[in-house]
Ligand binder design. Structure first.
Ligand SMILES: NC(=O)c1ccc[n+]([C@@H]2O[C@H](COP(=O)([O-])OP(=O)(O)OC[C@H]3O[C@@H](n4cnc5c(N)ncnc54)[C@H](O)[C@@H]3O)[C@@H](O)[C@H]2O)c1
Ligand SMILES: C[N+](C)(C)CC=O
Length: 492
């Protein structure tokens, strides 16, 4: 096996470590891959360090880097179906979802190809005679990019595209649970002829590979997407060396529905908000906050439709939702379901594994709705990251806003209303990084993504997504130097 990509070559793990990657739809082994240890981390960071300090990449022009990114875009377009199929197999998501992800990352590489080539810094008007002052942007250096299992290609590309566009070198690590499509992504990028060491791929888990990456003195920046507790650990590690750190963490996202909302659309999107990809989405609308007088009709319809969602293998025709990613993750979600029952939430549908014997070996769980929840319940407060919706009610607009903001997270949320003024008012009061009005889930390369509160630090996508990977430098030139004689005036 040779699944690690270090200094322009495919190689195995130095200590022979390997890992089985499982198909979440039936628990079978999809692949065996190499598992990097500390010496592989040293090799990859060393290669990225040399490529940054001594190689040609850092000093390429923005236009040259834009050309390199466009070659990646071409590679992604050519390999769209293959990439989507692998991503679907590995994560369990449907082919349609995986294709959407590949289209998204293609657009992201394209966007940063454009953006990198346009922003060449700025001239500063200092008001000082005989001085030229300008701001230039430089890459930060060696970036360690670490991604989660739910959107392996997408979350890595949101980091990799701007990091490369800015002229950094990278060591990347997908989740040990879903590494397969990232290996293909690196094959596609390697084929475009990036200089050796600019992009390095490590596979492995948090303790054996991720932690040594973040601790490594040769790394200048860590960009991480994943869970809150891991994020805290990484931030503490980075503090020791004052490394740059960007964090995209979890969410407990409110979907607020007022009684004047378009009923059919609000129900339809509420389903999609929470059950898309089995709820394994950082921005999943897992908290329905509904106006009391609409509650009965809305939740009845929601439960009726949730019970009809077609579960199955993500590659099969007609399947709407795939399995959870692993046995361990399903067990975690099941513990949350039990806790919700114990704390008195009312189970309206789901709450168990499907009865269909054809799904018995996969990590499936039925779409689940807990009604009559309150803000003290664990199911309302903690990120479940599965197909589980909690329902709370409100009477007034103020109460809706209070409940929507009543979370330590602040990633995303939505408001549904026919009153345009109220939509804007509520959107402005929500303490979340993305707010949708009469919609749920859209994200685009041009618009920043990230969270308030414990949902993270920094932003991906948009112009800010490029800023994350650049240092700005002020260059001041005195065009007419002459002694200033601040000191030793008596000697003049
Ligand atoms: N904000 C966002 O945009 C966004 C997007 C996707 C997922 N997420 C979040 O990701 C979480 C789910 O992903 P997960 O279960 O893979 O998260 P996780 O924190 O368990 O793991 C994420 C990555 O970090 C690595 N890792 C684990 N411990 C590490 C350590 N000590 N040092 C360095 N790396 C380490 C893992 O191997 C994996 O690659 C959810 O909380 C979800 O909300 C957030
Ligand atoms: C950022 N997003 C919404 C694509 C995936 C979150 O898990």
């Amino acid at each position: 096996m040779a699944d690690l990509y270090i200094n322009g070559s495919w190689t195995g793990a130095a200590d022979g470590g390997t890992r089985d990657v499982l198909d979440p739809a039936d628990g079978s082994v999809l692949a065996h891959v190499d598992e990097a240890g500390k010496s592989d981390v040293d090799d990859a960071v060393g290669a990225a360090r040399r490529a940054f300090d001594d190689g040609p990449w850092r000093t390429t022009t923005a236009g040259e880097r834009a050309t390199a990114l466009r070659a990646i875009v071409d590679g992604l377009r050519t390999n769209r179906e293959d990439l989507a199929r692998i991503e679907s197999l590995d994560t369990g998501k449907t082919i349609a979802e995986a294709e959407t992800d590949v289209d998204d990352i293609t657009a992201v590489f394209d966007y940063y190809a454009d953006t990198a080539g346009k922003d060449e810094g700025r001239v500063v008007d200092t008001g000082v005679k005989g001085a030229i002052s300008r701001i230039v942007y430089e890459p930060i250096g060696v970036c360690a990019l670490i991604a989660p299992w739910n959107y392996p290609l997408l979350q890595m590309s949101w980091k990799l595209a701007p990091a490369l566009a800015a002229g950094n070198t990278c060591v990347i690590k997908p989740s040990e649970v879903t590494p397969l499509a990232t290996i293909e992504l690196v094959r596609i990028i390697a084929a475009t002829g990036l200089p050796a060491g600019v992009l390095n791929l490590l596979l492995g888990d948090g303790a054996g590979t991720g932690a040594p990456m973040t601790e490594h003195p040769g790394v200048d920046m860590v960009s991480f997407t994943g869970g809150l507790e891991t994020g805290k650990r990484i931030m503490a590690t980075c503090a020791a060396d004052v490394k740059n750190v960007a964090l995209e963490l979890g969410g407990k996202n409110p979907n607020v529905v007022f009684d004047d909302a378009d009923f059919d659309s609000a129900v339809d999107y509420a389903l999609n908000a929470v059950f898309f990809h089995s709820g394994q989405v950082c921005s999943a609308g897992a908290r329905l906050i509904i106006q009391e007088n609409l509650h009965d009709r809305f939740v009845d319809e929601l439960a009726r439709r949730a019970a009809r969602i077609k579960l199955g293998r993500g590659q099969d025709e007609g399947v709407e939702v795939g399995p959870l990613v692993s046995e361990a993750h399903r067990a975690k979600v099941e513990r949350y379901i039990q806790t919700a029952k114990d704390e008195g939430a009312l189970l309206r549908c789901g709450g168990k594994r499907p009865d269909d014997p054809a799904l018995a070996d996969g990590f499936f769980l039925e779409p689940t709705i807990f009604d009559r929840c309150d803000r003290t319940m664990t199911i309302v407060r903690e990120e479940v990251f599965g197909p589980v919706l909690s329902v709370e009610t409100f009477v007034s607009e103020d109460e809706a806003v209070f409940l929507a903001n009543d979370t330590e997270f602040g990633l995303a949320g939505a408001v549904w209303t026919a009153d345009a003024g109220r939509g804007q008012r509520v959107a402005q009061r929500l303490r979340h990084g993305t707010v949708w009005i009469n919609d749920y889930h859209p994200y685009v390369p041009q618009a920043e993504w990230g969270g308030f509160g414990k949902s993270g630090i920094g932003r991906e996508l948009g112009p800010t997504g490029l800023e994350e990977y650049r240092e700005s430098k002020h260059i001041w030139q005195n065009t007419d130097p002459a002694p200033m004689r601040w000191f030793n005036r008596q000697e003049q």
